[in-house]
Design a protein around this ligand. Structure first.
Ligand code: PLP
Length: 495
């Protein structure tokens, strides 16, 4: 790496990215590319000789940008946002710039120590119980992973090995994992990865009456039944802010059931974990003190941290380390041998690891707690505003209560001016068709991008607020777009 070339070319890239953000509203939010578009544009052999950065950037603009879905567009309301920030970006630059590999403390002491400090800061901001903090001196601590999926795989492996050491190492077919029909599929995937038989993954149904949260009674009865059949409850995942609709599982009751049956209790707060920095959302985390582990994503989601970054805290990291540690001679060193330090290689799947703490540290320092709270509240404020707009238009309905910055709504199928009630159970088919058409039309317009979910058998459109460029004017314009398209669809249906 030649520092002079680096300085010149990185400035060109930074300017290019700044222009991208300046122009972002010109691009269709969801890429309109057809499958295979890029192989028609790029040569099918690599270049023999070096090419200048300017030529490459021209190609990025010409060939790559048209194939991007613009996650940072102010009109991106799909999935959950991947909100990025200047601070997160600069932190990522420092992370890539140093390019250290802090798998053990000695391999880069600052990377390990900053990570432990930042994990404690995050836990303090979210008011997590001290048992999850290094400084809590009760044996807890946290680590940064690349994704929730990795965090769940690791905690499941720890839970599995702990359970098998009690019931015998050939008893894996007896272990059962519990989740709800709203739980992210990452738990199912992770359960397969760690060798739980597919038939031992229980999906417990939720209903509208509990706000699509898992109930303790439902879990208890499934666990009891399993025990009577000779199975061992291994792992229960509760979610604060489910992916489809932002539902919240009651942690206190579920934690008690997990304890009653000796199961590992994991809290997945990938999305809504960020909200815990605001006191008004902290109630959703009551009962987290019963968790064995908790994870949340500062990256793709809601904490202004560019990809990738997932926080995982453990009540007893020793159980994780017992499961994941290896001690090859080539990595031996005095600090590790003396057990004086954290070696994060034993808290994750891979050996190599990025200096992710750098960007989270930058985000926290540049925003401060006040800025982070403002950020969450401002997104929730925009979501409330959108929810109000939907409620004011009798042709539409908000399908599930909004808790955070996600609004799930739909166009009522057989709209009738006199019809004020929500009793439209017989309209599922019509509701499905018209809302699919509405969503397709909005997304094909290129002016906004939203995705859908099926809730209680109904097709709902998800409007997830969170990109940092989104302002009231964007929400209003998108709502007008939705209304206009809906009007056309309703007229076409009546003619
Ligand atoms: N859990 C929840 C609640 C999510 O919403 C998501 C992603 O949307 C995940 C887990 C998966 O996160 P990751 O991509 O970091 O594995």
């Amino acid at each position: 790496l030649d520092p002079d070339v680096f300085s010149k070319e990185s400035h060109a890239v930074v300017d290019f990215i700044a222009d991208y953000y300046r122009e972002i509203e010109q691009y269709p939010v969801r890429s309109q590319a057809e499958p295979g578009y890029l192989s028609k544009l790029l040569p099918d052999t690599p270049p023999i000789f070096s090419e200048p950065i300017d030529t490459i950037l021209e190609d990025v603009k010409k060939d790559i940008i048209p194939g991007l879905t613009h996650w940072q567009s102010p009109n991106f309301y799909a999935y959950f946002q991947a909100n990025a920030s200047t601070a997160g970006f600069l932190g990522e630059m420092l992370c890539s710039g140093f390019n250290v590999v802090g798998f053990s403390w000695i391999s880069s002491p600052a990377a390990t120590e900053l990570e432990s400090i930042v994990m404690d800061w995050m836990a303090k901001m979210m008011k997590l119980p001290s048992m999850f903090l290094f400084s809590g001196a009760q044996g807890g601590g946290g680590v940064l992973h690349g994704s929730t999926c990795e965090a769940v795989v690791c905690t499941l492996a720890a839970a599995r090995d702990k359970a098998l050491s009690k019931i015998g190492h050939d008893s894996i077919t007896k272990l059962v994992v519990y989740a709800s029909d709203q739980t992210h599929f990452t738990v199912h995937k992770s359960s397969k990865i760690i060798g739980i038989p597919p038939c031992n993954f229980r999906v417990i149904p939720t209903t509208a009456s509990s706000g699509y949260g898992l109930t303790a009674d439902a879990v208890r009865s499934v666990m009891k039944e399993d025990i009577s059949q000779g199975f061992t409850p291994l792992y229960l995942c509760a979610t604060v802010g489910t992916t489809a609709i932002g539902a919240v599982d009651p942690l206190l009751e579920l934690g008690q059931v997990a304890k009653e049956f000796g199961a590992w209790f994991h809290v997945d707060a990938a999305y809504a974990g960020s909200s815990a920095v605001c006191p008004e959302f902290r109630r959703y985390f009551d009962g987290v003190e019963l968790a064995d582990s908790i994870s949340m994503n500062p990256h793709i989601k809601w904490f202004l941290t560019n990809m990738d970054c997932c926080c995982l805290w453990l009540r007893s990291p020793t159980e994780l380390v017992n499961s994941l540690s290896t001690n090859p001679e080539i990595l031996r060193n005095n600090a590790s041998d003396a057990r004086e330090v954290v070696d994060y290689k034993d808290w994750q799947i891979a050996l190599s690891r990025r200096f992710r703490a750098m960007k989270l540290w930058l985000v926290i320092r540049r925003y401060g707690m006040v800025g982070l709270m403002e950020h969450i509240r401002s997104d929730v404020g925009l979501a409330k505003h959108f929810e109000k707009l939907v409620k004011m238009d009798k042709r539409f309905e908000v399908v599930v209560p909004r808790r955070f910055s996600l609004v799930c709504f739909r166009l009522k199928p057989r709209f009738d001016d006199d019809d004020d009630d929500d009793d439209d159970d017989d309209d599922d088919d019509d509701g499905l068709k018209i809302n699919i058409r509405l969503l397709d039309a909005v997304n094909s317009s290129g002016r906004a991008f939203m995705t859908h979910a099926i809730v209680g058998g109904r097709f709902v459109i998800r409007f997830a607020i969170g990109t940092t460029l989104t302002e009231m004017q964007h929400v209003d314009a998108t709502w007008k777009l939705i209304q206009g398209i809906a009007k056309g669809l309703l007229l076409a249906d009546h003619s």
